[in-house]
Design a binder for this molecule. Structure first.
Ligand SMILES: Cc1cc2nc3c(=O)[nH]c(=O)nc-3n(C[C@H](O)[C@H](O)[C@H](O)COP(=O)(O)OP(=O)(O)OC[C@H]3O[C@@H](n4cnc5c(N)ncnc54)[C@H](O)[C@@H]3O)c2cc1C
Length: 427
């Protein structure tokens, strides 16, 4: 029987598991979280009990390295002291490790009380905790709406949802093509309805350009921005807040795929028609291969699971995946990142929060002829070398200084020296 290992139990990984099982494979699913569901189905683990009872299900299992199809796993809570090291060598590997929020830097974004939209939603959905009492949600993308909805749901007063792109760009993107994606439109209308009932305004063409406060965020300065996100002078407005949630789209997490040797296209894992990567026996699905929401992730996962089990995906599966991908392309067109966002920055604006590298430091280093290239820039300023390893600032640094974001991290997740030195794998 073909043994398929699936890394990531979000919509993509779970759909891959379901289809690999249906195709007759022996399936192991692992996730670093303690419950299945990923970002979208957070708090809905019970829905997957029946599916996972037919697999080997490894929660709290972090894949810290991949070599080809060999998967190195640490089992146990990430903050625990007794994690067990295990290695798996499946016939096929499906990578479905998703994406994380992208946040563009702006003055004050490092203040306590400024959250990524994803973190705010995770706390609201997973723990029923509101990140603040008076909250502003800002950035770009349709995902700001469900974030605001979940905040309202746990009792926060949401002062507004600000989409930086102008109405023309957003509405063009969502126009008649969206009609072909009725499910998604219904979802959007439902979110909009909830926000309207709670009198939460949705404003397009407006961005947060500064967060202010001493020990924590107290105010957000917003401004009208043009289509390229340059600020229209004189349009600034200040909100008194105690929390700010920002998200400017998503960044894929391709470290494991890169470690496995998979080729990338523009930061996403390159896949063929059946979600096969450039490495034999390794498949990828979901946000790793393109940002498109949970439906697209699940549709790709279904194809990947079927193909990983050694079966040729049927037309219906492929069509469903292609339809969902077309929607993802529309989404990207409706919510682009404006090229003029660096205009929000000041010399002292922190860009790499781990290493406290400022915009001024980066500009000086990038202009230094004695240290050309992204590698020298990184070593000279330490941007991207802190604990998050550039996950937060990598794209911003690449945008500001030129060059591509680097994903090659042979050790994809933190591992203690003691765990690494453990001579033999524990059962
Ligand atoms: C704030 C926010 C709001 C959203 N709202 C919506 C919405 O309303 N509608 C919609 O359609 N989509 C929404 N999305 C997008 C949706 O969550 C994603 O499209 C979907 O979850 C992608 O599925 P995935 O399986 O590719 O990745 P994910 O759901 O992110 O799952 C990836 C899984 O991989 C695991 N993982 C990662 N690395 C490792 C590792 N090294 N070892 C072990 N496990 C690992 C993670 O723990 C995670 O469980 C939202 C996303 C965010 C962040």
């Amino acid at each position: 029987m073909t043994h398929v290992v699936i890394v990531g139990a979000g919509p993509a990984g779970l759909a891959a598991a379901e289809h690999a099982l249906a195709a007759g494979a022996d399936v192991t699913v692992l996730d670093q979280a303690d419950a299945p569901g990923g970002q979208f189905h957070r708090g809905a683990a019970h829905r997957f009990e029946a599916l996972l009872s037919r697999c080997a299900w490894w929660p709290e299992s972090t894949v810290w390295a991949v070599e080809g199809r060999r998967v190195h796993v640490l089992r146990g809570p990430a903050d625990g002291t007794h994690r067990r090291r295990r290695t798996l060598e499946p016939d096929a590997l499906v990578l479905a490790t998703g994406a994380h929020d992208r946040v563009l830097p702006f003055p004050g974004w490092q203040l306590p009380g400024v959250f990524t939209a994803g973190a705010a939603q995770a706390l609201a959905k997973g723990e029923r905790v509101a990140v603040g009492r008076r909250v502003l949600v800002a950035g770009a993308g349709p995902f700001l709406l469900p974030v605001a909805e979940s905040l309202v749901d746990v009792g926060a007063e949401v002062l507004g949802v600000l989409e930086a792109n102008p109405a023309r760009t957003v509405l063009q993107g969502w126009s008649w093509h969206a009609a072909a994606h009725v499910g998604k439109m219904t979802e959007l209308v439902r979110h909009a309805g909830t926000l309207a009932r709670h009198r939460v305004p949705y404003r397009m063409g407006r961005a947060v350009i500064e967060a202010r406060g001493d020990d924590r965020v107290r105010e957000a300065v917003t401004a009208r921005v043009r289509a390229d996100w340059s600020v229209v002078p004189g349009t600034e407005r200040t909100y008194a807040i105690d929390a700010l949630c920002v998200g400017h789209g998503f960044v894929p997490q391709p470290e494991l795929a890169v470690a496995a040797g998979c080729a990338l296209d523009g930061g996403f894992v390159r896949v063929g028609d059946d979600q096969r990567t450039s490495v034999a026996g390794v498949f990828a699905a979901g946000e790793l291969t393109g940002i498109g929401g949970s439906v697209a992730a699940a549709a790709e996962g279904a194809v990947a699971g079927w193909a990983a089990a050694g079966r040729t995906p049927g037309r219906a599966l492929l069509e469903r995946r292609d339809h969902a991908r077309a929607f993802a392309r529309r989404l990207a067109a409706a919510h682009p990142i404006g090229a003029a966002w660096p205009g929000w920055l000041r010399e002292d604006t922190i860009v790499c929060r781990c290493e406290e590298t400022s915009y001024g430091d980066l500009k000086t280093a990038a202009a230094d002829p004695a240290a050309p290239g992204p590698h020298a820039l990184k070593l000279g300023t330490r941007a991207g070398l802190g604990p998050c390893q550039g996950r937060m600032c990598g794209l911003a640094v690449a945008d500001l200084c030129g060059g591509a974001e680097r994903h090659h991290r042979p050790i994809a997740q933190p591992i203690r020296l003691g765990e690494l030195a453990e001579p033999k794998e524990l059962p």
